[in-house]
Design a protein around this ligand. Sequence first.
Ligand code: HEM
Length: 288
Amino acid sequence: MKTWGETIVDPVVNSLMGSFLERGEADLVQEFTHSYPFEVIYEQLNLPRSDVNTFQRLAIGQTDFDHMAQAREAGVKLGHYFKSLIDARRAEPGDDLVSLLANTEVDGDHLPELVLISFLRQLMNAAGDTTYRGTSILLTALLRNPDQLEALRQDRSLIGAAIEEALRWDGPVLTQLRVAVKDTELGGVPIPAGSYIDVVAGAVNRDPSLHENPDRFDIHRKRLAHYSFSRGPHICVGQHLARVEMTRALHAVLDHLPNLRLDPDKPEPLIRGMMMRVPEHIYVRFDR
Ligand code: HEM
């Protein structure tokens, strides 16, 4: 992960920022956070540049639940795409993630094809969409609390705490669906086996019995634990990369955008969303 931070994340972040540094103003969502985690994935997978648009269209299309038939078709096509990519990287391996997964052996066997394809197929939504949202929320929280942004400028060792606190305060993924495997009871409510349960991470993250003054964003909090990467066997497998990405993004913001502040002439960022949350814009100004 550390190596990827330097070889993949930094170049992506610096190249995106380079496009607006001279202007002294930007929309940090549309010009930065919305793109950087996706660019990181393309680099990780070493996708041919000519395939990026098709890949993006299919990956987004497969979760378009308002159009189920097209969503399924997109998922199937994406599976075919990855099948040929896996074959190509087995024939000629590189140092990308597809080559690594395609050539990994467990007890002398490759990973089952269905597992490989399913993993790759969800990467763009699991890794890109979430990290773009998480970074946007982190920047919104810091810009709304300029004293805490200044504290980070003075002491970069607070970056880790700022990331965890942003994930707690308004994590990008609010709910996870679970199925009860046996009869149980939660908070006095009987839950029969087979029930669907919406586990609301947002409620745990703002539980006043766990976090003092839970609605307040505070990077100096003593307890930084949160539920935003879920728990149990399906805990986010990409959480370490997400932290590396958000750390590098924050360093770049502190390095390149002096006197960063919300643009007083534009609307303030508004974090919205039921299941997944993000502000649509973060209009800022900074010294050139
Ligand atoms: C801030 C960024 C991120 C957040 C908030 C986040 C959140 C989550 C959550 C809540 C789950 C559990 C879903 C469930 O239990 O139903 C999950 C699973 C997963 N995440 Fe992340 N994620 C982030 C970044 C990433 C990244 C960067 C990657 C990949 C490199 C990634 C890959 C995955 C995968 C593959 C799973 C499924 C694990 C499994 O089912 O065993 N995530 N993530």
